[in-house]
Write a new protein. Structure first.
Length: 284
């Protein structure tokens, strides 16, 4: 991806998640599809938004009383997991395509967070509010009924309803019994946090295979959402340096030092930035 196309993509996401946009009004489907343009630059976003609208229309035709959580969840489960055939990709969990909403809709395969996003946004179109739950290692959804009672939904497991004990069992599976469920694990997260978690998943995948060229635009988009994140500024500097983008790397390192002047690695970062600046000066 060229620097010009990266900048255009960052601007497109910024228009959807800028501070002027209230978090609950962020269009998650469009924002997630904008992220997918890192892989598919010419993606027809409107066509996939229409796909989610169609799923909502099918669900609406099936559900007689949206105010009844049991009926609505059952209806959504039928449309999304039986008719549309969405399911968790247990065989190739770390395939990047699991994180691109267009691929999830086309292939029927996703990870907890992308399946949850489609479920959540289908429900929103019905007037059925759902909230993301950022449990470590396994993203969930929750619905509050009129009495404030919570229902936890696991979209990776075909919309199964979970109890707190079920959540502990999920944690045991993921962390080999080394993590205990805490109340804050089941707190609702913001829409910006959902998008950032998708981006962090992709970043981790690309870094694990040392594909720095694909990781860099992902970090760019994280910084669109949270521009004051020192660690991501430093991460982008290192990626830029690895890709020979020395000027941008130096600028990011200097920005990191301004944001975190007392960081434990400040002296090392300062020396690295100075060395890059000297190299650039010799090239002029």
């Amino acid at each position: 991806m060229t620097e010009q196309s990266q900048n255009a993509l960052a601007e497109a996401l910024a228009a959807l998640v800028s501070p002027r946009v209230e978090d609950e009004k962020i269009d998650l489907v469009r924002a997630a599809l904008t992220i997918a343009r890192t892989e598919y630059p010419n993606l027809d976003i409107d066509a996939y938004v229409d796909r989610v609208d169609e799923l909502a229309g099918m669900a609406k035709a099936r559900i007689t009383e949206v105010g009844d959580p049991s009926e609505t969840i059952a209806g959504l489960n039928h449309i999304l997991f039986q008719q549309a055939g969405l399911r968790g990709n247990r065989e190739d969990y770390y395939d990047p395509r699991n994180s691109f909403v267009n691929d999830v809709l086309d292939r029927g395969l996703g990870i907890p967070i992308t399946l949850a996003l489609i479920y959540m946004e289908t429900g929103r179109r019905l007037g059925f509010p759902l909230f993301g739950v950022g449990m470590p290692g396994h993203f969930l959804l929750k619905h509050y009924d009129i009495d404030g009672q919570e229902t936890l939904i696991d979209c990776f497991d075909r919309g199964n309803i979970l109890t707190a004990d079920d959540c502990q069992r999920r944690l045991d599976e993921i962390y080999a019994g080394q993590m205990r469920l805490r109340p804050e694990f089941l707190f609702a997260v913001s829409r910006r946090q959902i998008l950032t978690r998708i981006l962090n998943n992709l970043k981790s995948i690309y870094l694990s295979i040392r594909n720095f060229a694909r990781a860099l635009p992902i970090v760019d988009l994280i910084l669109v959402i949270y521009p004051r994140s020192p660690e991501d500024v430093k991460q982008r500097a290192l990626l830029r340096y690895s890709l020979g983008q020395n000027r941008g790397a130096a600028e990011d390192l200097e920005q990191y030092l301004k944001m975190s002047p007392d960081a434990s690695d400040a002296d090392e970062i300062r020396q690295t930035a100075l060395a890059i600046r000297r190299t650039l000066a010799m090239m002029n």
